[in-house]
Each structure stands twice: as C-alpha cells, then as structure tokens.
Ligand binder design. Structure first.
Ligand SMILES: [Fe+2]
Length: 191
C-alpha cells in the first residue's frame, strides 16, 4: 500500500497574506519528495502495509526522517486555516487557563522555543499523558509520534517555511503563523 500525498485542504492562496501561495508550494514540493522517498525506501522493509503514522513509529534512519517529514507536513496543513487565528477555544482554552500564565504567556514560550532552535525542525503544542498541555521543539524531522504526547499543533521551522515570505526573519513568520492557526482543529485533538 503506497503512502499517498494528501490534498491541501484549502486553496494555495487561502492563507495569504500571512503565508503566500509560493511558500505553500515550497512546502508541497518538500512534502511530495518525502512521500516519494518513503514509498521507495519502504520496499522490502516489511512495513509496506502500515499506515504512515506506524511507519514513523517503527522506522529508523532515512526512512524515519522521510516518513516523519511526510506525516508532519500532512499534520501541519490540518493545523492551519483561512479562518484561523485568535485565541484557543473550547476545552483547550480551559486547559490553557489551568496551566497558568494565559495564552499570551504560552505563545511567548512557544516562540522562544521556536526561535531558539538552531537550524531546521518543528515546534509543537502537545497534550501530555497526564492530560496537561506541553510545548516542545526538536531538530530535523522530530515528531511527537515517537513518544507518548498527543500532537495538537505543529509549526514547521524548516527554512522553506519562511524564507520566501520573510527572508531571514523567523520571528515574523511566527507572527504570521499565529494568524492562521486552526484552534478548533487543535481543540478537537484533545483526548
Ligand atoms: Fe515544510
């Protein structure tokens, strides 16, 4: 069973002016290349029939990197919406309050982690096994799928995520990212 490249859930221009169509195309080119690499590398591994999530959990080395990048991108698309932005909603908002410090504090902490990561990687809002919220960032194809946390929100920190729109200003990319975050989708992922 070949891994499929998921359709973008909105038009290429839908996230403008925050994220441009050219930037979405850059992500998609990377995403497509990862999916093609996964399908090549899967041959003969015995993992061919597994869904992508399970390939990520079980693979090592280059197959892991390509599979995690493919899964992370599909997840990233579902974290963004032309009707996104604002503040967390529903149960997620209540959890945020229990965590203390308010949404502004959490966003600053998320930005601090994202800006502090040297090179390419991902920043995540996750739900810990005890139900609390957590923030994490990791290099390369790092993904919560390899641990016990439930991914709620992903921010792509590879250079192609911001260079076309913001050049070397990762902080401005993060400002744009928060304008299109789909809090309803993040809330629906809570366990
Ligand atoms: Fe990307």
């Amino acid at each position: 069973m070949a891994i499929a490249l998921p359709e973008l859930p909105y038009a290429r221009t839908a996230l403008e002016p925050h994220l441009s169509a050219a930037t979405l195309e850059a992500h998609l080119a990377h995403h497509r290349a990862c999916v093609e690499a996964v399908n090549r590398l899967l041959e003969g591994t015995g993992l061919e029939e597994l869904p992508l999530e399970d390939v990520v959990r079980r693979a090592r080395g280059r197959l892991f990197e390509q599979a995690a990048q493919a899964w992370n991108h599909g997840f990233y698309w579902s974290c963004l919406s032309p009707r996104g932005g604002g503040e967390p909603v529903g149960e997620l908002a209540a959890l945020r309050i229990r965590r203390g410090g308010g949404f502004g504090h959490s966003r600053e902490e998320f930005n601090r982690l994202a800006l502090g990561l040297a090179g390419s990687g991902w920043a995540w809002l996750v739900q810990r096994p005890d139900g609390s919220l957590g923030l994490t960032a990791g290099p390369g194809a790092a993904t919560p799928l390899t641990g016990a946390d439930v991914p709620l929100l992903a921010c792509d920190l590879w250079e192609h995520a911001w260079w076309l729109d913001r050049h070397d200003d990762r902080a401005r990319y993060l400002e744009a990212f928060w304008q299109v975050v789909d809090w309803k989708a993040a809330n629906a992922r809570l366990r």
